[in-house]
Write a protein that binds this ligand. Structure first.
Ligand SMILES: Cc1cc2nc3c(=O)[nH]c(=O)nc-3n(C[C@H](O)[C@H](O)[C@H](O)COP(=O)(O)OP(=O)(O)OC[C@H]3O[C@@H](n4cnc5c(N)ncnc54)[C@H](O)[C@@H]3O)c2cc1C
Length: 400
């Protein structure tokens, strides 16, 4: 089947000149290209691999939420959700379907500590304008979602959180941008005039430019270092368990999350995706091939594990006892900053702009973050809470 929308504008010959060179062809690079082209700039996007969107972005679950613990990130994601909802109109890709599902995020507490945390958090969210988050008793939660365990004593729920297909979103940005996209081409260095970056080097030649945007995901620090800029970015392996088929799970259910351990699943394919964030995983080097560990699956699925999904629903205990569950593992790297917020906008090297460090939120924040990066680059942003030069406080690990 051929799709009715134009293909991204792939070019074979390396362009010699651009206003902006975007380095990286994941969701963040594609979104940057989209907003930069919308601003009337000539954009070249470089991707070192043979296709767009093949490293971190397709390993993600594509989920979005407004249940954040600060108003700045809420605003960043809110802007993206507004774009996702009107994507076909705003990109002029008639009928383009992102696979958007608003099935909600349901955080379930099983302890007194979890209950107290949820009460404070929901109050804070209401104060930040996210008024549609509900606090449910265990019985109310079970009444709405009958699969939930008797151990759940309280839940917070926002029906309008949800997910989409991250690959379709990336290709939507790329298609709608009209940027010249060069595959199989690595940015290997920068041309400098005095202190200013005035070009990007590749093994196939140099592209002269006004600005270069680093959107290289886990490789962002490595790319910035080519211009002598040191970034504190911490690529950290995260897994996704893919269960292609599990008819017992309701396909119209929400993302269901254990508040205390962050173990969660959301419907996907004819089964679900299962995840949790292990706070003990150390940061490491950026990887082109991210290995998986079988242990991750057992920690989610074995009912004896403290991070088992069985804590949320007896369905999981039955699925484990039954023994017939098939699963696959995928992994990518979260690119953490010290405060778990992205680095957006001009860096200390003239002409070098950052759009990276999304710390596990790069799908939902791709639109807001890339629009802000382009506006900051063009000097049309009066306030930028994500500027790379901000003072950063170490933030304890977020659960999602
Ligand atoms: C398991 C998992 C689940 C996740 N779930 C969610 C979720 O539900 N919601 C959410 O918002 N986020 C989620 N994330 C985070 C999200 O996937 C990332 O924040 C996002 O994909 C980052 O996109 P990116 O474009 O910056 O990076 P990438 O997708 O990694 O793209 C970077 C690209 O840059 C290219 N590149 C690198 N160096 C160079 C170079 N020198 N020259 C040219 N190209 C180069 C790479 O080849 C790569 O294609 C999840 C992540 C993981 C791992």
């Amino acid at each position: 089947m051929t799709v009715p929308w134009p293909a991204p504008r792939y070019v074979e010959d390396l362009p010699q000149i651009a206003d902006v060179v975007v380095i990286g062809g994941g969701i963040v690079g594609a979104a940057t290209a989209f907003f930069a082209c919308k601003a009337g700039l000539r954009v070249v996007l470089l991707e070192k691999r043979p296709a767009l969107c093949t490293l971190t972005t397709p390993a993600s679950t594509g989920a979005f939420r407004l249940q954040f613990d600060n108003p700045e990130e809420i605003a960043l994601v809110r802007e993206g959700i507004e774009l996702f909802e009107q994507f076909a109109d705003r990109t002029e890709l008639d009928g383009y379907d992102l696979g958007l599902r608003k099935q909600g995020y349901l955080f379930c507490a099983t302890s007194d500590v979890g209950v107290a945390h949820q009460r404070h958090f929901v109050e804070a969210l209401h104060g930040w304008g996210v008024r549609d988050v509900e606090l449910l008793s265990g019985d109310e939660a079970r009444y709405r979602f009958s699969y939930l365990s008797q151990d759940i004593v309280q839940a917070r729920f926002r029906a309008s959180d949800g997910w989409l297909d991250p690959k379709w979103l990336t290709f939507g940005y790329a298609r709608a941008s009209g940027a010249a996209i060069v595959l199989n081409t690595t940015a290997t260095g920068f041309v400098r005039q005095g202190d200013r970056v005035v070009g990007v080097q590749t093994p196939r030649g140099t592209i002269a430019c006004e600005s270069a945007v680093v959107a290289a995901g886990p490789f962002a620090a490595q790319v910035a270092a080519l211009a002598g800029l040191r970034l504190d970015l911490r690529p950290t392996i995260r897994h996704k368990l893919v269960i292609p088929e599990l008819p017992a799970l309701p396909a119209d259910g929400p993302m269901t999350i254990h508040e205390e351990t962050a173990a969660h699943w959301r419907p996907g394919l004819r089964g679900c995706y299962g995840l949790f964030t292990d706070p003990r995983t150390p940061a490491g080097e950026p990887l082109d091939n991210v290995p998986t560990s079988a242990d991750f699956a057992f920690r989610l699925l074995d009912p004896r594990s403290p991070t088992s999904l069985a804590r949320l629903s007896p369905l999981w205990e039955s699925a484990w006892d039954d023994g017939s569950l098939y699963w696959l593992l995928q992994a990518g790297q979260y690119t953490y900053t010290a405060d778990h917020r992205p680095l957006l906008g001009p860096s200390d090297v003239d002409g070098l702009v950052l759009n990276c460090g999304y710390s596990g939120h790069g799908i939902m924040a791709s639109a807001g973050g890339s629009r802000m990066t382009v506006d900051a680059m063009l000097g049309r942003l009066s306030e930028n809470p994500f500027r790379p030069q901000r003072q950063m406080l170490e933030r304890p690990l977020d659960i999602l």
